[in-house]
Each structure stands twice: as structure tokens, then as C-alpha cells.
Design a protein around this ligand. Structure first.
Ligand code: GLA
Length: 494
């Protein structure tokens, strides 16, 4: 009887799993790159704590529990990333399904390992900082197209070629959009000599670059100073000079270099040196390559981005295709306007115009503001199937001329009238540009005090959206649609 009681007490314990330890999952994705993930778990009774480790960084488990062999966990990174996993321990392997944000769920099989696969021994010391001489590129803000906003991980050779054709036939190239930039997810693994390979979506990068060049366009690519990119593909850490040489051999004209997993290795105060390392590597190739820094505006990048060799630097986090995101980014530009100029630009992120998440009036505001901010104009829409509205926005030559003004003075917020924001920008020939944004959720009538803006009543003002001249009148009122804007070019006062 006594024995039976002991057995009865032990039985549940004998079958309860202990998930404590490090679990590693590594597999080939359909595109041929290696996908990696680890769980570092501590089990206390039925509670699970620890971290989910993804290539770009670690995310703390905020809730985790075990029930027999089954487990569930949630890991959260502030508001922008949530991962849940649920599954079971079977034959000493963790089988589970992962949901990341609203992405398609995927299945994982993780095995026990003794060491953390994301820990890098002997982290390279970045070079001592110095001021790199300007590379002479991007005298006006770069213009082109980038794959991320619309295609994310679904970009491939065929789509890039079609986009190259469409940039030409749509008139985008001739309007100035000349860089065709492939963002994240082109990367494969490295060969035995450490040379970066493309994955199977990009069979021959040199041939693709040649094709893009044959269309009178320039060719851009993407990497990270960390071991992995933000999408978990191979980064350039410890291969900077080698990768710069590979890019130059392929015919790359533009590199976007995205912090991502570099945050595993370095604190933010090392950013300048880490970026400078690639800045120097690119210069050593002797090929003119525009260098785009992407570290989300951290560590006051505008004060050192150009010294590290950057031609542009992201000033904020990622844009999303909605009004709140776009206007929130716009609100953070005026404070840093003084740091932009020919060869070195603040980058409020790529355009969402034509991607469907904003109203046409909102997209017009997006374009007007990016023109005022002397922002890089990197379209992110499907150029093959642009609507007439999208074309009229992206191809507005008078607005583009403001963006590309050779003086390169970034416009800023100069005043508010009710719920309207007024942005002004001086231009090279003495003219100035004015954008009035109606932030209200309804159409509003705005009276423009021309005399306060040094515009003489009776003088001509160019309306850059209507493409017509109007006469400035005292107490002139304009009705602006919800989230819409006006954009004017004013002659220099005589
Ligand atoms: C980061 C960048 C984006 C894009 C993705 C790619 O989020 O800020 O612009 O490049 O990475 O993974």
C-alpha cells in the first residue's frame, strides 16, 4: 500500500517535462537561406521564463507555461513585436508553431544544445573614429525605388527586372528615379571562402545589375553591420571589406546598411565606428557607391552620419502605409533640418505612395512633405501597375524640382494656423516653397497671411499641385481636404 502511494505521487512528476535549457532550430528556407531561432528557457514548476532568440535580437518571454509535455509562451518587444509559440516536447525535441505579429505562422523543431548559437566570441573592435572625406555622391537627395515597402521578403530577380522596365516605361526614370534598390532577403549563405552568395530568388546578381544598368538605371543592395539582417539573412559582420568588393564586382551603386543584429554586439555609442568601417570599405573599392545608414535615427546620427561616410541616414523608425505613421515621422524632421545638405541627407524613410493604405490627399501630403524635407525619394509601390493618381503624385515634376533643389536646404515647420501646419523651404534661385498641411480629419478653410510670408498681394504664386499661377490676395482663403495639403512656389521678393 505504502509503495502504491509513493508511485502515485511520483507518477505525474515522472511524465512532466523539464524544458529548461537552450533549444536551437536551424533549417533551410525555401529560398535557400538558413533560418535560425533559439529558445533559452528556465522552467520553474509550470512556469516558463527566458528568451526567444531571433537573428536580429533577443526578446524576453513575458508569459510562459508548461502543462505536461505541452507549452505555450509569449515574447514581446515593446509594442511592435509579439511572438507566441505553442507546442510540445517529443523525443527530446521541441515541436512548436510560431506566430510573429500577424505574419503567417510557421512550424519549428528545436533540439537541445549546450551553447547559445547567437553568442559571438571575440567581437571585433571597430576602427577609431575619424572624418571620412565626402564621396562626392548624392549632391541632391537620391531618387529611385526600393523593394521593401511592398514586397518585403517576396522580392526576386524577375520582379526586379519588371520593375526596371516599368521605371523606364512609366517615365519614373526620366523624372529622376534612377536607383533600383533591392532591400533585405536577397542574401544566401557564405561559401567556404566567406564570399556572400545570393539565395535562389536571385540566381545571378551580376547579370541582374547589368540588366538594370542597361536600362539607364543604377543598382542598389542591402546589408547589415551585424551577423544577420533584420529579416534574419546573412549580414556583413566580419566580412565588411570582402562584401564591399563583392558588391563592387557585381556593379552595385548604392548600399543600405541596416543596424539590426549589430545591436547584439555593440552599444549605440559604437555606431559611428561600426558604420565608418563599411564607409571605408566602400571607398576602398574605388566604385562610387551611395552609402545609406539605417539605424532608425538613434544616437543623434545626423551629427556623425556624414563623418562615417554616409550620404543619408534614417531619422526615425520604419514607416507604415498609414497617415499616423507618415505624419508622426514628418513631425520629427524639423528639429534636425539643419543637418541635411548636398551629399548628406536626413532620411525619413521610403515612400508609401500608391500602396493603398492612405487616401490620395494623404499621399499628396506625403510627397509634398518629403519634397520639403529634401528627403530621398524612394518609391515603394508597384511601378508596373500605377494608378493615374499615383502617377500624378510621384511624377509631379514641379514638386520633384523642390525636392531636388541644388541648395539642399531642408524645409521646416514655420507656423501653424488652426489645425494647419506651414512648412517653408528656401530654394537656390531665391524662390521659396511653402506647404500647408491640414491635419484635421475634415476639410478646413485656411486663410493664408501672404504679407507675413513676404509675398506681396497681387504677385503670382505657383500652385504646384494644380500646376497654375494664382494671384496672392489679402485674406485669401483655401479649402484643404482632410489630411490634404497645398504646395506653392513663391518668387523671391524684388
Ligand atoms: C528594417 C529597416 C527597413 C527594412 C527592413 C528589412 O526594419 O528599417 O527599412 O530594410 O529592416 O528587414
Amino acid at each position: 500500500m505504502k509503495h502504491l502511494i509513493v508511485l502515485f505521487l511520483l507518477a505525474p512528476l515522472a511524465f512532466a517535462a523539464d524544458l529548461s535549457g537552450i533549444w536551437f532550430h536551424s533549417t533551410k528556407a525555401p529560398d535557400g537561406h538558413t533560418v535560425k531561432m533559439a529558445l533559452v528557457l528556465t522552467q520553474t514548476g509550470t512556469q516558463l521564463t527566458g528568451k526567444v532568440k531571433l537573428p536580429w535580437g533577443d526578446v524576453a518571454i513575458t508569459q510562459g507555461s508548461v502543462d505536461g509535455n505541452h507549452f505555450t509562451l509569449t515574447a514581446k518587444e515593446s509594442t511592435w513585436f509579439t511572438l507566441t509559440a505553442d507546442g510540445a516536447l517529443e523525443a527530446d525535441k521541441l515541436h512548436f508553431t510560431v506566430h510573429e505579429n500577424n505574419d503567417k505562422p510557421y512550424d519549428v523543431v528545436a533540439e537541445r544544445t549546450k551553447t547559445d548559437p547567437f553568442v559571438i566570441a571575440n567581437i571585433a573592435t571597430p576602427p577609431p573614429v575619424k572624418d571620412l572625406a565626402p564621396n562626392g555622391l548624392a549632391k541632391t537627395p537620391p531618387m529611385g525605388w526600393n523593394s521593401w515597402n511592398l514586397f518585403a521578403g517576396k522580392i526576386d530577380d524577375k520582379t526586379v527586372r519588371e520593375m526596371a522596365d516599368a521605371l523606364v516605361t512609366s517615365g519614373m526614370r526620366d523624372a529622376g528615379y534612377i536607383y533600383l534598390n533591392i532591400d533585405d532577403t536577397w542574401e544566401g549563405d557564405r561559401d567556404a571562402n566567406g564570399v556572400i552568395q545570393t539565395n535562389n530568388k536571385f540566381p545571378d546578381m551580376k547579370a541582374l545589375a547589368d540588366y538594370v544598368h542597361s536600362k539607364g538605371l543604377k543598382f542598389g543592395i542591402y546589408s547589415s553591420p551585424g551577423p544577420y539582417t533584420c529579416a534574419g539573412y546573412e549580414g556583413s559582420y566580419a566580412h565588411e571589406a570582402q562584401d564591399a568588393k563583392t558588391y563592387a564586382a557585381w556593379g552595385v551603386d548604392y548600399l543600405k546598411y541596416d543596424w539590426c543584429s549589430a545591436g547584439r554586439l555593440y552599444k549605440d555609442d559604437a555606431m559611428q565606428a561600426v558604420y565608418q568601417k563599411m564607409g571605408e570599405a566602400l571607398r576602398s573599392t574605388k566604385r562610387p557607391i551611395v552609402f545609406s545608414l539605417c539605424q532608425y535615427g538613434r544616437n543623434d546620427v545626423w551629427t556623425w552620419g556624414a563623418k562615417a561616410g554616409g550620404n543619408l541616414w534614417r531619422s526615425t523608425g520604419d514607416i507604415s502605409d498609414n497617415w499616423k505613421s507618415m505624419i508622426g515621422i514628418a513631425d520629427r524632421q524639423s528639429a534636425i533640418a539643419q543637418y541635411a545638405g548636398p551629399g548628406h541627407w536626413n532620411d525619413p524613410d521610403m515612400l508609401e505612395i500608391g500602396n493603398g493604405g492612405m487616401a490620395t490627399d494623404e499621399y499628396r501630403t506625403h510627397m509634398s512633405l518629403w519634397a520639403m524635407f529634401a528627403a530621398p525619394l524612394l518609391a515603394g509601390n508597384d511601378v508596373r501597375t500605377m494608378s493615374a493618381d499615383t502617377k500624378s503624385i510621384l511624377l509631379n515634376k514641379e514638386v520633384i524640382a523642390v525636392n531636388q533643389d541644388p541648395m539642399g536646404a531642408e524645409g521646416l515647420l514655420v507656423g501653424k494656423i488652426g489645425e494647419a501646419d506651414l512648412f517653408a523651404r528656401p530654394l537656390n534661385n531665391g524662390d521659396s516653397a511653402l506647404v500647408v498641411v491640414n491635419r484635421a480629419d475634415a476639410a478646413s478653410a485656411i486663410k493664408l497671411p501672404w504679407s507675413e510670408m513676404h509675398v506681396a498681394v497681387g504677385s503670382n504664386v505657383r500652385d504646384l499641385w494644380k500646376h497654375e499661377d494664382l494671384k496672392a490676395a489679402a485674406d485669401q482663403s483655401f479649402t484643404i481636404p482632410a489630411h490634404g495639403s497645398l504646395m506653392f512656389r513663391m518668387k523671391a521678393p524684388k
